[in-house]
Design a protein around this ligand. Structure first.
Ligand code: NDP
Ligand code: 2IT
Length: 449
């Protein structure tokens, strides 16, 4: 661990103590604290009025019961969460995750990251996150719909286009947002389009929102490569996951001339040296909602499925972890470095362990942290809110152009700030400082609240 500034040490100790056992939240806070020493050395007033303590304490945390009836007529109970972390820059904004691993600590880590990420976009959005320990795997359409309706029945009282605006994350895509929006509209009797993002195009969604996170992450890596006069052309890439973020990362890398040779789900990974067949991948994952192992059966010759082991054993020049937190360990990072990786961009939130990040940075690998690299999703959500507010609908080209510009700005702001603070090329430091300073300036203006 990088040494924590001595002024920040007691603050961190207190955060760890009062949030005991929430390991992912601790990990996210420690990483930011490691960057803040340099800020308060230059701008000591940011340590005044317990600003950093307040930043680490969510404004509001909601936990609720979600009862629903399964297809067999049995009553099921899940737990719902919404952590409204920080509203200094705008309404709480951040996705909903439906996955059996969800607990309060995971939602808090995601909400905390979201504060800085959203600030980095330069758009007026605060930070929040929510979800449930509901497992959508193997559930019927009807079960998914009834779960979403029950979840929204409770959550709706906490939402609003000026209050809190959820979107998707793991296990929550266009289908779920449709059920959630339908129930919100029915309960409130208001067509408040800006209350959720990631909506379908026919009812207020934005073009390019589906693609935005993966496209944006690829733009970010492209900007990092450009600092060393390199690009994606002809480079072998590995993208973990095969959900929303992974799929559109693969699509944009292909547009940029790169070759994605492997992707995965939580059961295993596939290798296709010809380059992953994107149309086949979409058919399997988006249309049939099946497992990635199906790819090999449908593609035939050339592709291989590996059930055990790590996707990071596959040699590549660009690695884009796009599945989940802590999926890429120190050991994986060492393997990637040994195999010649030149750039790593986090499509997922916190997919690389702290040890992995240190190994990449120590080896001079370009490393784009999630809060910067995957900010294109939430940025385009803010563009969706803009379109809803003005009752307008933009073309794909216009929206993607805005996204590309935002990603370029995030990259340049992080790079310039890292340099200004004496650590050129350290995008982790740059992202934490840019995000922090924007939020801290607004919090300071508001006084002690
Ligand atoms: P999806 O649900 O669409 O896809 C998730 C993918 O990751 C699936 O392939 C899934 O495999 C795999 N996965 C999930 N959990 C695990 C696990 N515990 N171990 C191994 N693999 C796992 O989610 P998204 O693509 O939307 O999200 C992926 C990541 O990107 C998350 O970290 C999310 O927070 C982040 N993110 C998402 C944004 C968005 O706009 N959607 C924006 C910014 C970040 P399986 O089907 O087997 O579970
Ligand atoms: O982690 C994230 O940034 C998201 N899941 C997207 C959030 C959003 O509000 O679009």
């Amino acid at each position: 661990m990088t040494k924590i500034d001595e002024k920040l040490e007691p603050i961190l100790a207190e955060v760890l103590r009062r949030n005991a056992g929430e390991l992912e939240f601790h990990q996210a806070v420690i990483e930011v604290m490691e960057s803040l020493g340099r800020v308060i050395a230059k701008k000591p007033h940011y340590a005044d009025h317990a600003l950093i303590e307040r930043l680490c304490e969510p404004e509001r945390q909601i936990i609720f019961r979600v009862p629903w009836v399964d297809d067999a007529g049995q009553v099921q109970i899940n737990r719902g969460f919404r952590v409204q972390f920080n509203s200094a820059l705008g309404p709480y904004k951040g996705g909903l995750r439906f996955h059996p691993s969800v607990n309060l600590g995971i939602i808090k880590f995601l909400g905390f990251e979201q504060i800085f990420k959203n600030a980095l976009t330069g758009l007026p959005i605060g930070g929040g996150k929510g979800g449930s320990d509901f497992n959508p795997r193997g559930r019927s359409e009807g079960e998914i719909m009834r779960f979403c309706q029950s979840f929204m029945t409770e959550l709706q009282r906490h939402l609003g286009e000026y209050t809190d605006v959820p979107a998707g994350d793991i296990g929550v895509g266009g289908r779920e947002i449709g059920y959630l929006f339908g129930q919100f509209k029915r309960l409130t009797n208001r067509y408040e389009a800006g209350v959720l993002t990631g909506k379908g195009l026919v009812y207020g969604g934005s073009r390019a929102r589906t693609e935005a996170t993966g496209f944006g992450a690829t733009y970010f890596v492209s900007s990092m490569l450009a600092t060393r006069s390199m690009d994606f052309e002809g480079r072998k890439c590995v993208v973990s996951g095969s959900g929303n973020v992974a799929t559109y990362t693969i699509e944009k890398i292909r547009q940029f001339g790169g070759i994605v040779i492997a992707c995965s789900d939580s059961s295993g990974y596939i290798i296709d040296e010809d380059g992953i067949d994107l149309e086949l991948l979409k058919e399997i994952k988006q249309v049939r909602r099946e497992r990635i192992s199906q790819y090999v059966q449908m593609k035939g010759a050339g592709a291989r499925y590996v059930e055990d082991g790590s996707i990071w054993d596959v040699p590549c020049e660009v690695a884009m972890p796009s599945a989940t937190q802590n999926e890429l360990t120190g050991k994986d990072a060492s393997t990637l470095v040994k195999n010649g990786v030149i750039a790593v961009g986090e499509g997922a939130n916190m997919p690389c362990t702290p040890e992995a990040v240190r190994i990449f940075q120590g080896a001079g690998v370009l490393f784009g942290p999630g809060k910067a690299a995957n900010a294109g999703g939430v940025a385009t959500s803010a563009l969706e809110m803009q379109q809803n507010a003005s009752r307008d609908s933009w073309s794909f080209e216009k929206t993607e152009e805005r996204l590309a510009g935002i990603m370029r700005n995030i990259h340049d702001n992080c790079a310039e700030t890292a340099e200004e603070y004496g650590a050129p090329g350290d995008y982790v430091l740059g992202a934490n400082i840019v995000g922090f300073e924007r939020v801290a300036a607004a919090m300071t203006a508001f006084g002690v609240i």
